[in-house]
Design a protein around this ligand. Structure first.
Ligand SMILES: [Zn+2]
Length: 139
């Protein structure tokens, strides 16, 4: 067993899994908000959740370690929420945005790709300062 795995207890890993599953439940529920509650709807939601969890399970590869990424605003380490995938920008991160940014033509680093993280507190602060622009509000 590697040192990385010894750092986390089974309980901590379980807590992360619960959070990841809660996020999936929330996503599925949001897709059905406003609809009339029927047995068919509950069945459809359940099947959708199972499908989402199966997709999540397919992405899990225990050998992959999440990148250590710090908030670009305050420098705090952003916590990865469950077993990482090969695409960290699509993973669940605790109270933060982790995304990929691309350097377009004209930039000194044109065509480079970067992984960037910003915690929720810094998102709010930087939106107020106009340094971060909300392009689309989520559901
Ligand atoms: Zn921050």
């Amino acid at each position: 067993m590697s040192d990385e795995k010894k750092e986390r207890s089974i309980e901590e890993i379980g807590d992360d899994l619960v959070k990841a599953i809660e996020l999936q439940v929330e996503r599925v529920v949001n897709q059905y908000v406003g609809q009339e509650v029927t047995d068919e709807l509950v069945e459809a939601m359940t099947l959708k959740l199972v499908s989402e969890l199966e997709d999540m399970a397919k992405e899990i590869k225990p050998s992959i370690k999440p990148p250590k990424i710090k908030c670009i605003g305050c420098g705090q380490l952003i916590k990865h929420l469950y077993v990482p995938s090969e695409e960290p920008h699509r993973d669940c991160w605790s109270a933060a945005i982790v995304s990929k940014i691309f350097a377009g033509f004209g930039a000194c680093y044109e065509t480079n790709e970067y992984l960037i993280g910003i915690c929720d507190m810094c998102v709010e602060h930087n939106v107020q300062l106009g340094r971060l622009i909300l392009v689309k509000e989520g559901t």
